[in-house]
Design a protein around this ligand. Structure first.
Ligand code: SAM
Ligand code: SF4
Length: 343
């Protein structure tokens, strides 16, 4: 029962599949509070109170793939496509660097205009001009490319499995192969990346048992960063009319992931903030420890709505969530609510 599983957590025992399912199925307020509190305590012990802040640049919404849930999928006819060039990206990178941020996340659709040569040049420039850490989130590429990016300085890679239920995976990804996706993730690990994965909560047909398997997958694969966000319907996609994932289920998944995977980065996701105005605060209180700002130039943001009504996480929103959760700003940050610290 619930009390038995909580006791296991307190005693530092590993949770079995059934234990995780039980936690994910719980709906009683008192039990939810106890679960979130346990994850919060573990986060505090292992990571401390500082919330790591990272800046994301969504540098291209051009994608060769047609994932059924995604608001920038290849066949969306009405979407205006954009692609930032290297100089435009560097301008934002410098802003993030001035803010004191240490990590820039480069995210895009699977846009093959960005060839290895161009990506290598961009990574080199970021390293030389700012020394920032780089997270790539550009989808599936050949092993040699991943290797090249690592060699020239990329540090982290985010490639979410989205779901470990093979049937659902294949249903939502008309052009992806489940085994290949896992292979990509293994390559990233072998190549020494800080390896990011994650899942979407509330996919059609997904059950708590599936989410439990996702969490055990993250553990078994030694995943270092785990992004867990609710499914949100995007206009014009096949899933436009599907209901959004639940806030509580997302928070439960965050909490259990912290408890099972322990020393990992878990972002309070933008998707959660888009579904619930207090979503990020709640995630920070249930095991999450990082926030990703969206630093895509305003003129492009509207066209990177991977789901509709995407919330814009800026510094103000991050400050609010961190304050409300009673947590600490990272010491490296050079901006305060009032502006640049020593400018
Ligand atoms: N193209 C790259 C990829 O797929 O890995 C990176 C960009 S993709 C837009 C980043 C993430 O957005 C995906 O991993 C997926 O989890 C998330 N996403 C896309 N559409 C979503 C939706 N409708 N609801 C929730 N998450 C979504
Ligand atoms: Fe493209 Fe990524 Fe969206 Fe799939 S999730 S359509 S790969 S941007």
């Amino acid at each position: 029962d619930f009390i038995g599983v909580m006791k296991k957590i307190e005693e530092g025992q590993d949770l079995a599949f059934e234990d995780i399912v039980l936690l994910l199925k719980t709906e009683r307020k008192a039990e939810l509070d106890a679960l979130f509190a346990a994850a919060d305590r573990m986060r505090k012990e292992i990571i401390g109170d500082v919330v790591d802040i990272r800046g994301a640049i969504e540098f291209s919404n051009i994608c060769r793939k047609d994932c059924k849930y995604c608001g920038i999928r290849a066949t969306l006819p009405e979407l205006e496509r954009y692609r930032m060039d290297e100089d435009e990206i560097m301008e934002i990178v410098h802003e993030l660097h001035q803010m004191g941020l240490q990590t820039v996340i480069l995210q895009s659709g699977e846009d093959l205009w960005w060839t290895p040569v161009k990506i290598v040049q961009l990574i080199r420039r970021i390293k030389v001009e700012t020394g920032m850490r780089i997270t790539l989130s550009i989808g599936e590429r050949p092993r040699e490319e991943y290797e090249l990016y690592k060699e020239v300085g990329a540090n982290n890679f985010l490639l979410k499995i989205e779901t470990t239920n093979r049937e659902i995976f294949e249903f939502i990804h008309p052009d992806d192969d489940y085994d290949h996706r896992i292979e990509c993730s293994k390559w990233l690990r072998e190549l020494g990346y800080i390896n990011g994965s994650g899942c979407i909560i509330g996919l059609p047909g997904q059950r708590p048992e599936d989410i439990a398997r996702d969490i055990l997958f993250f553990k078994d694969m030694g995943i270092n960063m785990i992004g867990i966000g609710p499914f949100l319907p995007a206009k014009g996609t096949p899933f436009e009319k599907y209901p959004a994932g639940s806030v509580d289920m997302t928070l439960k998944a965050v909490a259990v992931t912290r408890i099972v995977c322990k020393r990992v980065y878990i972002p309070a996701t933008t998707a959660l903030a888009s579904l619930d105005p207090d979503g990020q605060t709640k995630a920070l209180q249930s095991g999450a420890n990082t926030i990703m700002l969206i630093n895509t130039p305003a003129k492009y943001r509207y066209n990177y709505q991977i789901y509709s009504q995407k919330n814009m996480i800026d510094l103000e929103a991050a400050f609010r969530a961190i304050e409300e959760a009673g947590r600490k700003l990272p010491p490296y940050l050079r901006v305060t609510k009032e502006g640049l610290k020593d400018a």
